[in-house]
Design a binder for this molecule. Structure first.
Ligand code: HEC
Ligand code: HEC
Length: 184
């Protein structure tokens, strides 16, 4: 009986730490825009936090203005009218109501079986051709972590990706056949 008790406690710990302490939710990756906006952001927006978090939101201009005002109440975040207008234009087009917010808490599942080329390719044919040519996929080489972000983004955009485990299998397969290392 006591043994069973330990076992339950151990399993509870393993599950808790396995999922939450060690596995981090994946985060979006937002490239710094070019042009005048680059400086506006570097000057006003990166001293406290990075820009990746912007992708957690998908708002129109009015809602973006409210969000920035509410979150930065009492802080030194003061842009000139011109800079503010450019920033809001960028935010409301890049992370606007047309796009989908990146999930705040996505924990990639562990997988123990893997896709081979046939399964990988047939998944791409069915799922990814709905919106663009597969060239888009085959032009891209990326690490496992980057493929995960890309594929989760595709799901947010509306790609009919299967359950998390099969999505992870597709991601893992992509990271092998389209790996970031060109010489592999
Ligand atoms: C003085 C520090 C500071 C500066 C400068 C700053 N922020 Fe923030 N920002 C914060 C804090 C604090 C939060 C709230 C974090 C939280 O509790 O989630 C925040 C939150 C945000 C969020 C919400 C992120 C989310 O998880 O949804 C966005 C978007 C954001 N800031 C954009 C900006 C932009 C754009 C600028 C430049 C105009 C900027 N921030 C400049 C401190 C700052
Ligand atoms: C619902 C529509 C849709 C589906 C389905 C879709 N995509 Fe995309 N994908 C897009 C859009 C829109 C872009 C262009 C994004 C951009 O240029 O900012 C894109 C761009 C890409 C890119 C280039 C991204 C970059 O930053 O260079 C890759 C790689 C990609 N998709 C992979 C996939 C894969 C893999 C699948 C299938 C699992 C898929 N897409 C399915 C809409 C979709």
């Amino acid at each position: 009986m006591r043994w069973l008790g330990y076992k339950i406690i151990f399993t509870a710990f393993a599950v808790f730490f396995g999922l939450h302490a060690f596995a981090q939710p994946i985060r979006p990756q937002v490239p710094l825009p070019d042009g005048p906006l680059r400086n506006i952001i570097l000057k006003n927006c990166v001293s406290c936090h990075g820009i990746d978090d912007y992708a957690f939101n998908a708002l129109d201009k009015v809602k973006w203005t409210e969000l920035l005002t509410n979150l930065h109440r009492g802080m030194e975040v003061n842009l000139s009218g011109h800079d503010q207008a450019l920033l809001l234009e960028y935010l409301s087009t890049t992370f606007g109501t047309e796009s989908a917010p990146f999930p705040r808490e996505y924990f990639p599942p562990e997988i123990s079986t893997f896709y081979g080329d046939e399964e990988g390719r047939s998944n791409l044919d069915v799922i990814c051709t709905e919106c663009h040519e597969l060239d888009r996929v085959y032009e891209t080489r990326a690490s496992l972590a980057r493929w995960r972000v890309l594929v989760v983004e595709m799901r947010q955009r509306g790609a009919s990706l299967p359950d998390d485990e099969n999505m992870e299998r597709l991601i893992e397969w992509l990271s092998r056949v389209q790996s970031a290392n060109l010489f592999e």
